[in-house]
Design a protein around this ligand. Structure first.
Ligand code: DGJ
Length: 342
C-alpha cells in the first residue's frame, strides 16, 4: 500500500513538472513567429502558395497586410490581380482576397500592373493603392492609383499619370517613423531613382530627391537615424548583386552604392522589393524582402525574406537560412539545423 502511495505521489510530481514545464515553454514561445524559410514555397492559411510578388507591407494596429502581384494559375486573361494577406506574426498569412482589375481605358488586354503598394490614409480613412501601370512593351511607364474604403476589396481606379512628367517603372513604398508616406520610382532617362513625398490625401506627389544610379526594385528604410536606399541593377527578371546607399536625410546627399552581399551570390537569386522594419521592445530588425522570380512559371515565383545585419552605417544580407522573429521584442533567431531547400 505504501509503495502504491509513493508511486502515485511520484507520478503526480512528474505530471506537475511536465505541465509547469510546458506552461513555461508556452509563455516563452508566445511571441515567437513560426519559422520563415527563405526561398521555399510559402503557403497561406488555405495551403495555397502566397501570391504577393513585388509586394508591399503595411502595419495597421497589430496586423500586417501584405499586398503584391497575384500571379496564380487561376487568373483570367486580360485582368490583373492584387493579392492581399494578413498576419499577426509575419510568418502565418491569411488569404483575404485577390483583387481583380481590368485594363484602364487606352490600354490593351496585355496591360501590366506591377509592384502594387497600399497606403492607409488616417485623415481620409481611405486605402490608396499605387502601382506600376504599363503596356506590354513597358513604354507607357506610368503610375496608377486606385482607392478603397476597405483594405482588401472595393478598389477603383482614380487616375494614372507620369509623375512630374517623368517615366516611372518599378515603385517602392516607404513610411517614415513620423508617418509621412513616400514613394520611390525608377526613372530610366535620368538613370535615377526618384524619391517623392505623398500629399496629405495621398493623391499627388512632391519631389524630394533624385538619386543618381541606374537601379530598379527600389526600397527605403530609416534605421537608427540613417536612411538606407536599396535597389537592383537593370537585368529584367534575372537576379544581380543588389546595392544600397545611405543618407542622413531623404534629400541626400547619398553615399556611393555598395553591395549588400558578396556580388557572386547575386542577392541569393532574389531582387529587392521592400525593407521592413520591425520595431520591438528590445531590438529593431530590418527584413530584406526580395522576389525570387521565375519568369516562365510566374505562379511559382518565391520570396526571400531575411533579417539584415546593420551596423556602422552598413547593411549586409547574410546567407539565407530559416529564422523566426519575436514580434514583441523584435529579436530574431536563426535556425541553423534546419535545411533550406531553395
Ligand atoms: C524588373 C522589374 O523589377 C520587375 O518588376 C519587372 O518589371 C521586370 N523587370 C520585367 O522585365
Amino acid at each position: 500500500m505504501k509503495q502504491l502511495t509513493n508511486n502515485i505521489l511520484l507520478f503526480l510530481v512528474i505530471l506537475q513538472g511536465l505541465t509547469s514545464c510546458s506552461a513555461i515553454k508556452n509563455t516563452s514561445n508566445k511571441n515567437w513567429s513560426a519559422v520563415i524559410r527563405p526561398g521555399t514555397i510559402w503557403r497561406d492559411n488555405n495551403e495555397n502558395p502566397i501570391q504577393a510578388h513585388g509586394g508591399g507591407i503595411i502595419k495597421i494596429k497589430n496586423t500586417w497586410y501584405w499586398f503584391g502581384e497575384y500571379r496564380g494559375k487561376d487568373v483570367q486573361p486580360g485582368y490583373r490581380y492584387v493579392g492581399c494577406y494578413s498576419s499577426k506574426d509575419l510568418a502565418h498569412w491569411t488569404f483575404l482576397n485577390k483583387m481583380k482589375f481590368s485594363a484602364p481605358d487606352g490600354f490593351s488586354q496585355e496591360w501590366i500592373l506591377e509592384r502594387p503598394k497600399v497606403y492607409f490614409n488616417k485623415k481620409t480613412e481611405k486605402y490608396v493603392m499605387y502601382f506600376h501601370l504599363d503596356d506590354n512593351h513597358y513604354k507607357r511607364a506610368e503610375i496608377g492609383i486606385a482607392v478603397s474604403d476597405c483594405v482588401d476589396k472595393g478598389y477603383h481606379f482614380v487616375k494614372h499619370f507620369r509623375p512630374f512628367g517623368m517615366e516611372s517603372r518599378d515603385i517602392g513604398q516607404f513610411i517614415d517613423d513620423d508617418g509621412t508616406a513616400y514613394l520611390i520610382f525608377e526613372n530610366r532617362p535620368t538613370n535615377g531613382f526618384v524619391i517623392a513625398r505623398l500629399s496629405d490625401n495621398y493623391m499627388t506627389l512632391n519631389k524630394v530627391c533624385l538619386v543618381h544610379k541606374s537601379l530598379e526594385g527600389g526600397a527605403i528604410v530609416h534605421y537608427k537615424g540613417l536612411y538606407y536606399v536599396i535597389g537592383s541593377h537593370l537585368t529584367s527578371w534575372k537576379p544581380n548583386p543588389n546595392v544600397y546607399a545611405t543618407a542622413n536625410s531623404l534629400e541626400g546627399p547619398w553615399t556611393t552604392f555598395e553591395n549588400i552581399a558578396a556580388p557572386n551570390m547575386n542577392t541569393y537569386g532574389s531582387q529587392s522589393s521592400n525593407l521592413l522594419k520591425v520595431q520591438g521592445t528590445k531590438s529593431k530588425t530590418v527584413i530584406f524582402i526580395g522576389d525570387i522570380w521565375k519568369p516562365s512559371t510566374q505562379w511559382d515565383s518565391r520570396y526571400l525574406w531575411m533579417p539584415l545585419k546593420m551596423s556602422n552605417r552598413k547593411m549586409y544580407l547574410p546567407k539565407p537560412q530559416p529564422w523566426k522573429i519575436n514580434i514583441k521584442t523584435g529579436k530574431v533567431k536563426l535556425i541553423k539545423k534546419d535545411s533550406l531547400d531553395v
